[in-house]
Write a protein that binds this ligand. Structure first.
Ligand SMILES: Cc1ncc(COP(=O)(O)O)c(C=O)c1O
Length: 384
């Protein structure tokens, strides 16, 4: 028996966790003023790069004495720069509870070969944050994009710490409150919450991070692309838009458009409210449907951007095949694109809820989840 389809589809089926949906106002015709075909060091290009930096500061409420740089290789580039430039000066604690955090552990332990204390938790859980000693350098991911588990707050980070906190906030910045006084290095990419383009990342340095850069030289060589100092002094130009190498001015223009849109929805507060409303619609759906649940076990750690879901129905025979088939059905119907769980994560779905996604589209998607689930249960029974 065919399962009846819901009457309406999301107007925009883009629920990918990165690159994420473009802002609703996105339109390539708005790029007419992009500084293309010119040197990025010409006044027009430099002004745009500066506007990207200062717009970021304004919307995220980053303190005036923190440096903000646009760097190559997206969030990964920004994190690598931080790890390779800063670590090795004191003991390191690595915190990981999903794939990206685990990737940073590999870098620090296997590539930099540091004798780090590694604390891990399974998908759906988080490490014991109260056990973290902030007199060590601490590397962690604010929001675990592949498990949908985030740190609930920065209370566990001490104000008078001796170590540096290095935070990969790529799926958190512009959707969650980040306590800047607790974060010494923060990184994110344009392609996530604001729906910008890939390839460029941002690195935010506290005065204490700058002090470390100027007083410590790592034992290993640093490629040009990672170098933030020259002759023991910070290269201040990087934090004024004089990028290390050539940026894409088209991506810059796109980011400026996204920042303008962010202002139009009420800045950070508005962006957080949009993500919260999106995630809440899914949380409510899980509360009223007993075959699906949030992968994040503790409600306080549930992400409002990368919401990860698992199927809990006892009739499901092959969890991975089932989840894949559900995602495939939704994609084939043009209802939801790219919502399968991350390749290293437990089987399930991952629905992006950042501010560029409209709550009406999440609401329109949810009945389709029921449709795809029931259709797949029926298909499974038929195949048996
Ligand atoms: C937490 C986290 N870190 C790092 C990355 C890598 O980001 P990028 O591809 O922008 O370098 C991602 C991408 O999804 C992420 O979610």
């Amino acid at each position: 028996m065919a399962i009846a389809q819901p009457a309406t589809r999301p107007a925009n089926p883009r629920f990918s966790s990165g690159p994420c949906a473009k802002p609703p106002v996105f339109d390539v015709s708005k790029f007419a003023d992009a500084a293309l075909g010119r040197s990025h060091r010409a006044a027009i290009g430099k002004d745009k790069l500066k506007a990207a930096i200062e717009g970021t500061r304004e919307i995220l409420g980053i303190p005036a004495d923190y440096r903000i740089g646009i760097v190559p290789a997206s969030d990964t580039g920004a994190v690598e720069m931080a790890l390779w430039s800063l670590l090795g000066a004191r003991k390191v604690e690595m915190l990981a509870w999903e794939s990206f955090g685990a990737g940073w552990v590999t870098d620090v332990v296997k590539q930099l070969k540091l004798d780090a204390e590694v604390k891990t938790a399974d998908y759906g859980q988080i490490v014991d944050l109260d056990s973290v000693d902030c007199d060590n350098d601490v590397v962690f991911t604010w929001n675990g994009t592949t498990s949908g588990v985030r740190v609930p707050n920065g209370d566990w980070i001490t104000a008078n710490r001796q170590g540096l906190t290095i935070c990969d906030a790529t799926s958190a910045a512009f959707a969650m409150d980040l306590p800047w006084d607790k974060l010494d290095v923060t990184t994110f990419s344009w392609q996530k919450v604001l729906g910008g383009e890939a390839a460029h990342g941002m690195i935010v340095l506290s005065p204490r991070a700058v002090e470390r850069l100027e007083s410590y030289t790592p034992a290993w060589p640093l490629p040009k692309i990672f170098r933030m100092t020259k002759g023991g002094k910070l290269i201040e130009g990087i934090f004024k838009g004089e990028t290390i190498n050539t940026p894409s001015m088209l991506a810059v223009e796109d980011y400026l458009l996204a920042l303008d849109w962010a202002r139009s929805v009420g800045g950070l507060k508005g962006l957080i409210a949009r993500a919260d409303a999106n995630a809440q619609a899914i949380f409510d759906f899980c509360d009223t449907h007993d075959w699906i649940a949030n992968l994040a076990e503790n409600a306080a750690t549930r992400s409002n951007t990368s919401v990860c879901l698992k199927f809990t129905d006892a009739r499901i025979q092959d969890g991975a095949a089932f989840a894949k088939a559900v995602a495939k059905r939704l994609e084939a119907e043009g209802v939801a694109l790219d919502i399968g769980a991350y390749r290293d994560a437990p089987a399930g779905l991952r629905i992006w809820c950042g501010g560029t996604v409209e709550t009406a589209d999440i609401s329109a998607l949810l009945p389709w989840l029921t449709w795809a689930f029931e259709a797949e249960i029926a298909a499974q029974a038929q195949a048996a």
